[in-house]
Design a protein around this ligand. Structure first.
Ligand SMILES: Nc1nc2c(ncn2[C@@H]2O[C@H](COP(=O)(O)OP(=O)(O)OP(=O)(O)O)[C@@H](O)[C@H]2O)c(=O)[nH]1
Ligand SMILES: [Mg+2]
Length: 561
């Protein structure tokens, strides 16, 4: 039992007044609750709350100067007799054949105008409405002005329609006078099915033991005590209990006084609605509980989700392709020019994945809505790992929230699953993999490679020209010597060797830089993929947790009296 339930269970207003504004604020809080949980909790569980909010709104909008009091009880207990005795007219047929009253009769004290809309709402047929205002009464009845008394059919009826009518009206009226008689006052139906259900409406409940004249005077106190004991065990401790005799005006005084007080206070409608809100709040409290939800999804579970997302999105494959592409492109720029062309013939590992994706100005916008890359689809194992990671996020986020909430959190976490493959693909395609621009050092090394190759070519040309002149018997070229080696030979061999040497020296640097490029790309891809996780999994989960918190706050306000 949470605090809310505990507080409301024990609460009994007694003569305490209900403030209309406070009641309206509580109803607003119930409305806020319903808005917060809309679509998250099963609708069937929320029907009573919706009904009360709707009913209360209507009742408060209708006349607050009138008090609708219903006489309810088993057949033959004397409801119609009490109704007629109070009205001092034979309005509702009293009978020996049971059940007698089949439709609700109403008697209005004072003008019918304001009362009519209330009676329309309660569904009492116009031909069964009576007005208790006669010039002959002078001021006799003025103390009851504002009373709308209803004579209900019997609730233990063999007629199903009677029971339905009673149940419907018991949900609408401001106050109920339960009429029991000496024979049937201990019947289980009245206690188990009705009185017990009204324990949160004690301050608008009155019980009369009618036909008191049928008991020997000495017996009456014993029966009253017995009835009081039964009422206590129904949870109706403190409700007024009166003995009445419908056939004797003197036996009606107590009831009449009680009704006069009710009418004068103009509190019954508010108290009834406050009791309804109490009932609804206790019911809703069980749906919300007192669990303290996690502030957001758990860090460990989010890390697991990001790993699963990265795997499913192909981050390892793409970052590995980045490393290979780095080597490929660096080799194509800095490698030995003699064999560079051959390298270029091999496909670029990133282009093979259609990466980098359509990020340029010439990108087709329609293309970015569909799978943009050729990164392999996730395997069955990766998909199920992703499913498990999403489940883990939901489970940890839901923590020990009561019954319906974990389901709501899980479905929120999975709500955008279908859109995720495209989103992941777009994220991968849109990630700057860091290979757009050639590093300066590639160009410097490339320039050096061209220079030394040029030197080798000049040396070669020079030597070829020397041989050609010699064969043609023309005067030989002047071959300057560098140390012991002729310059053209030095240029040719030195150029070739220098080219190979530069290529050999840069190779480990390229490997190292490629690994760095891979790590950097992996990190960027992971960040982008985590953004998808945030948008498609975590944000919906946070919305549900936020709704839970709102619902809890609203319920706390609704419980405030
Ligand atoms: N002696 C005595 N008889 C009563 C009293 N109240 C009602 N009766 C009689 O009890 C019988 C049933 O009374 P009704 O007023 O028709 O009872 P009801 O509760 O309206 O019954 P349903 O309309 O069938 O639900 C009638 O014969 C009444 O005259 C009472 O206070 N004392
Ligand atoms: Mg009757």
């Amino acid at each position: 039992m949470t605090n809310i339930t505990g507080r409301l269970r024990e609460a009994f207003r007694g003569d305490q007044r209900v403030d209309a504004d406070a009641l309206i604020a509580r109803l607003d809080a119930v409305r806020r609750f319903l808005a917060a949980v809309d679509g998250l909790l099963p609708d069937a569980e929320l029907v009573p709350a919706h009904t009360v909010v709707e009913r209360a709104g209507t009742r408060l909008a209708l006349s607050r100067d009138h008090t609708v009091v219903a006489l309810a009880g088993a057949t033959g207990s004397g409801k119609s007799s009490l109704f007629n005795a109070l009205a001092r007219l034979e309005l509702s047929p009293v009978g020996v054949r049971r059940p007698t009253t089949g439709v609700t009769h109403a008697c209005v004290w004072g003008p019918l105008e304001g009362a009519n809309r209330l009676l329309d709402w309660t569904g009492v047929l116009p031909r069964h409405r009576f007005v208790r205002e006669s010039a002959l009464d002078a001021d006799d009845e003025s103390a009851l002005h504002g009373l709308i008394l209803l004579d209900l059919p019997d609730f233990d009826s063999v007629q199903r329609s009677h029971r339905l009518e009673v149940d419907r009206l018991l949900g609408l009226v401001d106050q109920v006078v339960w009429v029991v008689d000496p024979q049937k006052y201990a019947d289980r139906v009245i206690h188990d099915n009705y009185l017990r259900e009204f324990h949160r409406h004690r301050d608008v409940t009155l019980v009369v033991l009618n036909q008191a004249d049928r008991l020997p005077p000495a017996e009456l106190p014993r029966v009253m005590d017995d009835l009081r004991r039964l009422l206590d065990s129904d949870g109706l401790t403190g409700v007024p209990l009166l003995a009445t005799t419908a056939i004797d005006p003197a036996g009606m005084v107590g009831l009449r006084d009680a009704l006069e007080r009710t009418v004068a206070e103009r509190q019954a409608a508010l108290r009834r609605l406050a009791g309804d809100v109490d009932t609804v709040v206790v019911g809703l409290d069980e749906l919300v509980g007192s669990a303290r939800p996690a502030g957001g999804p758990d860090d460990g579970a989010v890390a697991g989700l990001n790993r699963a997302l990265a795997d499913a999105a192909g981050v390892p494959a793409v970052s590995e392709a980045v490393e290979r592409a780095y080597r490929h492109r660096a080799g194509a720029t800095t490698g030995w020019p003699v064999v560079r062309g051959w390298r270029r013939l091999r496909p670029d590992p990133l282009r093979r994945l259609h990466l980098p994706g359509p990020v340029g100005a010439d990108a087709d916008p329609a293309e970015s809505l569909v799978a943009a890359t050729s990164v392999p689809d996730p395997t069955v194992a990766q998909r199920s790992a992703l499913g498990l990671a999403i489940r883990a996020v939901a489970d940890r986020a839901a923590g020990d929230l009561p019954a319906a909430w974990p389901t709501a959190v899980t479905s929120a976490a999975r709500s955008r699953l279908d859109d995720m493959p495209d989103a992941l693909d777009r994220a991968i395609a849109g990630t700057d993999l860091g290979l757009d621009r050639q590093p300066v050092w590639w160009r410097v090394v490339g320039g050096v490679q061209w220079l030394v190759t040029l030197a080798a070519a000049v040396g070669l040309g020079w030597l070829v020209l020397g041989y050609a002149l010699r064969i043609l018997g023309l005067p030989a070229l002047d071959n300057p010597m560098v140390g012991q080696v002729p310059l053209p030979t030095l240029l040719l061999l030195g150029g070739l060797l220098a080219g190979l040497l530069v290529a050999a020296l840069t190779r480990p640097v390229i490997r190292w830089a490629a690994r760095r490029a891979r790590a950097r790309a992996r990190q960027r891809l992971t960040v982008r993929v985590a953004e998808v996780g945030e948008e498609y999994v975590l944000a919906p989960v946070r919305i549900v947790l936020g709704s839970y918190a709102q619902a809890r706050d609203a319920l706390r306000d609704a419980a405030r009296r």
